[in-house]
Design a protein around this ligand. Structure first.
Ligand SMILES: [Zn+2]
Length: 493
């Protein structure tokens, strides 16, 4: 009798638990349906010339967005954008950079004539992705960080005249987020490219050499009367040459003393830019949903996010294979495996391909400004740059231990990759869609991969640098983690 009693208790405990669980075999089988072959093909299609580098607002971007929506639809995912469509729309003015751009230094000779030194596209300069068009020749004035902050007693433009001149300025500000919130926050607004652009124009400058490194970046404003380029070390070195000042020391002094060190360099430079601006651009996020089966838990939404856009033409096509076709491909791999294997899920899973991440995170800002789901009931697993190397990094795992535990456990059990995390204070200028959702109160992990050669915001970010194995492993890792999250009976946050 006693034995039967124990048996009965055991059966009554085991049966309901077992019926709620998906069998290990079906998880493992479905996980292995994710193949690097498919993921690589998804990257390749996004990087196709027909998509023109996927600058949001362009027809190339929208063609790619529609291709993604078609794939989702074929796998049985439901549209979850505006009015029953796949898309959520927002305004995005955009600029296309055409060939015929250049930066030239005039080196004066004793006889009064000049030697011209032209800089090389990509290795020495990149066109400003939102520059005005035209050719200007003017003196270069070094204007530090390009910041005028009266309340901080700091003005890079004090004591210099930049009217009709080209300024050379630095990115960021004299105080970094690593100094902590109290010290950094007063400088926060001044770190935005749009602020520096407007402040330069306000002071009468007509052009800018932005010491940003020779990489593209469409996250800036457009003004038809202001041309600019991004430059690297060789240009900076030439501008400082013979001035009696050393660039590194000047920066060190500004950062240490918080006293501007602006000066007239005496150098003359020509900037030539060829661009077309489209002020009325429209961009979209692509949003798909697999609704959960539990009447209560299905209100919780696990968002898998990746930005679909890249830099477009600048002036060659920038394919953005790692940034961020790789992440969209991984998201697609997870979506396809869950949908086609009809994995039961209590919570809902949403797939969001953000637009305009590269143009100031406009897609994720639109997503939180006009949410199509309850943000209080959502968590985000975001990816940005997950197609290179051997290791996986997940920003903010220490801030969200519950989310992190699913990832860590799945890695230990199935994937066995180097997996690292940390805290993400999110103090600096936001540079990830996850930063926007975090500020809207959505617990977010943001994945990237590391450990092999990477090219960032240059034409070399193409298929050649992609490592399909890491994409497959990350897709499988997220697939298992998401299924466990979706079916967990305890809260995710
Ligand atoms: Zn990116």
């Amino acid at each position: 009798m006693k034995k039967i009693g124990i048996l009965l208790i055991l059966v009554s405990v085991l049966v309901p638990v077992r019926s709620q669980e998906i069998s290990e075999t079906s998880i493992v089988n479905a996980m292995h349906s994710i193949s690097s072959h498919d993921l690589l093909r998804f990257v390749e299609i996004q990087c196709d010339e027909s998509h023109q580098g996927r600058l949001t607002g362009t027809s190339g971007y929208q063609a790619c967005a529609e291709w993604l929506a078609d794939e989702f639809s074929e796998w049985g995912i439901s549209p979850a954008g505006e009015n029953g469509t796949w898309f959520q729309w927002f305004n995005v003015p955009y600029t296309m950079v055409l060939p015929d751009c250049g930066v030239t230094l005039h080196i004066p000779l004793k006889n009064g004539s000049d030697i011209l030194k032209s800089y090389k596209y990509v290795t020495e300069f990149m066109p400003g992705s939102t520059s005005g068009k035209g050719e200007i020749t003017a003196e270069v004035v070094y204007a530090g960080y390009g910041i005028t902050a009266p309340e901080l007693g700091y003005d890079d433009y004090k004591g210099i005249d930049v009217k009709g001149k080209i300024i050379m300025i630095e990115r960021e500000s004299p105080v970094n987020p690593s100094a902590g919130a109290e010290k950094f926050n007063p400088w926060y607004e001044y770190t935005f490219h749009q602020y520096k652009h407007a402040n330069a124009i306000k002071h009468g400058a007509i052009g800018m050499l932005y010491n940003y490194g020779p990489i593209g970046n469409p996250n800036n404003s457009y003004n038809e009367n202001f041309v600019y380029v991004h430059v690297g070390d060789s240009v900076v070195k030439d501008i400082f040459s013979g001035t009696g000042k050393v660039h590194r020391e000047i920066i060190g002094t500004i950062d240490k003393t918080l006293k501007p060190q602006s000066f007239n360099t005496g150098k003359v430079v020509t900037i030539k830019m060829s661009t077309t601006h489209f002020p009325e651009g429209k961009g979209s996020n692509v949003i798909g949903l697999l609704k959960g089966s539990d009447p209560e838990l299905s209100k919780d939404v696990i968002i898998i996010g990746a930005h679909l856009d890249h830099l477009g033409m600048c002036y060659e096509m920038i394919p953005g294979a790692n940034d961020n076709a790789s992440a969209v491909a991984v998201m697609m791999g997870v979506a396809k495996a869950i949908a086609e294997n009809k994995i039961p899920m209590k919570r809902s899973v949403m797939f969001v391909a953000f637009g305009s991440e590269e143009q100031g995170l406009l897609g994720s800002k639109a997503f939180v400004a006009d949410p199509l789901i309850s943000l209080e009931k959502s968590v985000l697993l975001n990816m940005d740059g997950v197609g290179i190397g051997q290791g996986i990094n997940a920003a903010a795992g220490k801030d969200f231990p519950v989310l992190w535990s699913f990832i860590e456990e799945a890695n230990k059990k199935y994937i066995h990759r180097t997996l690292v995390t940390g805290s993400f204070p999110n103090l600096g200028r936001p540079r990830l869609d996850a930063a926007i959702l975090l500020r809207a109160g959505v617990p977010s992990l943001s994945f990237s991969t590391f450990g092999s050669v990477n090219y960032y915001h240059v034409p070399m970010d193409d298929m050649k640098i992609i490592k399909p194995e890491i994409m497959e492993d990350l897709a499988q890792l997220l697939f298992v983690s998401v299924i466990k999250m979706a079916n967990s009976l305890s809260p995710l946050k």
